[in-house]
Design a protein around this ligand. Sequence first.
Ligand SMILES: [Zn+2]
Length: 344
Amino acid sequence: MRATVMYAAGDVRVETVPDPSLVDPTDAVVRVTRACICGSDLWPYKTMEHSDTGRRMGHEAIGIVEDVGADVRTLKQGDLVVMPFAFSDGTCVFCHEGLQTSCVHGGFFGTEDVAGAQADAVRVPQADGTLVVLPVDEDDALMPSLLTLSDVMGTGHHAAVAAHVGPGKTAAVVGDGAVGLCGVIAAKRLGAEQIIILGRHPDRTALAREFGATDVVSERGDEAIERVRDLTDGFGVHSVLECVGLEQSELTAIEIARPGGAVGRVGVPQDETMPAGQTSFYANVTVGGGPAPVRAYIEELLPDILEGRIDPGKVFDRTVDLAGVPDGYRAMADRESIKVMVRP
Ligand SMILES: [Zn+2]
């Protein structure tokens, strides 16, 4: 089969690799019908050191179950399933607490241990706990929105939950990538009254408005902080969704939270330390978040997609086949595209 392999920053290739097969009795093999390129794939695309063996990329997919191991109980050949970016057993203490990204038998796709999903097929460990059967057929018009349940919609929702978004509250979203845009959807869905998007790409902030943003702040740094305070009686917002992961965006996120507010972080942090430790302390700002347990949110978000209340699939503005994946990375890195869908 064909699969996407990254060898170094800027060096993404589509190669022929061995077909995936069942390794453990809890595995499934899924033929990928939709995958995508993630904003988080752009970090290695910018910084990865050369690797002779390369890294098999991709952690978001929908596909058809082709084979299941002897211990798999809830899935059968032919099921259409959505695959969260992390696999999890669904039975351990953390899975029961809704934190599947800390599953004691879990892990992540597109790593050295488990090959990625920007491919014709993927091996899914812990298939019963990980995969969710979709009640539609594989070419349903809702496919782009359903695909966001793999990562970006669940991750935006996690940011909103970690930022304590609730009815009547004010929220700000730092970052206008696909996760930030889904964060706007999530903040509106959870009842935020005012939603400020911080971003500087007009096509993206226009989509944010369509998703429910009430204000756009295109400034950066101190000017952005000042603008958000101007929009909120000088205090800042109750809830900040940090969807970037850079020092500057983390600093802005904490500075625009009002006293007693909360910051939900889902941007993969690029530094070991967090800025503004004293600012968040003296303002009693809660800083939370982390890798989103998107598996925990699928049952909650799926009906909203199936019944048309949210349409996160609009974040996809380009579709490629597998051969087009390297150019898809380039287009996202160059900010030509918000998010690229892959149809193998
Ligand atoms: Zn678990």
